[in-house]
Design a binder for this molecule. Sequence first.
Ligand SMILES: *Cc1c(COP(=O)(O)O)cnc(C)c1O
Length: 402
Amino acid sequence: MCQRVLTSPLNFAERIEKRLNERAAKGLSRQLVDIEQGNHVLLKWQDKAFINFSSNDYLGLANDSELKAHFCEGINRYGNGSAASPLITGFSYPHQRLESTLCQWLGYDRAVFFNSGFSANQALIFTLLESGDLLLQDKLNHASLIEAGALSPATMKRYHHKDLRHLKKWLRPCQNTLVISEGVFSMDGDLSEVAHMAKVIGNRALLVLDDAHGIGVLGDTGAGSVEHWQVKPDLLIVTFGKAYGLSGAAILTNANLGDYLTQFAKHHVYSTAISPALAYAIDKATEMIQTQSWRRNKLHDLQNHYHELMSDLPGYLNTPTPIKPFLVGGTERALRLSNALKAGGFWACAIRPPTVPVQMARLRFTLTAQHRLQQLQGLKHCLEKQLETYQQEESSYGCYER
Ligand SMILES: *Cc1c(COP(=O)(O)O)cnc(C)c1O
């Protein structure tokens, strides 16, 4: 038996147990649930069916039969996997074709592929920034960006959410600077004012936009924030796991930066390429996003209905996107509300710290083109009833939760 392990701070088992217990004590433990994706917005769990208000499948493509058939055709034509990283033999005709589709649509020279948006973000930050550089990030940026920034040798500053005056204060003319923001903020559903940002930054920094929740949803052809604001960030990250209903990601940029990422981004160089069948399906989904504008129109209609139905309820927040946060406050209350909705047949996850700030726990409803008005009405009814119960409790006990 090794004595060092017993006394050393490196006693993993003890530390891990402590961390898990701390999280559980705060009611912040999360669980994997073995969900079965039913058709469109239906979700099954433990033999019960729920209307799913928690997926990021905004356009209803994750279960679309046309896209499924195309994905299968891709497998039949090109096989199951890419079998190598892109610079070895993992890059093939469907990848090349997809790159050219995306570049034409979004207005860039190059698209570099990654297995996930998470790895694309990490790769971008680790590959571009060196010691002495400056990284400015919106305070509410995604964990993949904030974490990579914290690990990078560059100096990171987080400006107040969407506060361009605060951002401007940090800009230094003689320092290599990256400014990164999300196009649509994933937990709040609000938009970055990208056109204004680009103006404020000028040529003092490179502008990076993570459009994970904008692509497919914003703009007349679904090209996302770049189309909505008519601006072109220096680097654009798009992901294929949300409105695309698939998975994977790409960084779009100019020829030189694209070549630099292709050569040096370790998450690209040393990772098995996305499968050719997936690239083939992403290409098809791009075409569907561009041409099937009824999906976005339907989504807009549902957003309007949501506003009409919900705007009277305390906790309602108005957003210009299908991401509808519903502020609840304390963690316990958010969980309780989420459970009550589940009992009513609606799946809406509670979003708790550390994903959002303390006392800002919320339900995050997401709308998809596959929802029906009747399902929204059902959700509203259930939510309203529950909120009334809380009000009654609070007036009889003084205060429900601090
Ligand atoms: C989901 C998300 C990511 C990660 O993308 P994945 O493809 O799911 O890894 C990155 N950035 C933002 C803003 C996201 O919402």
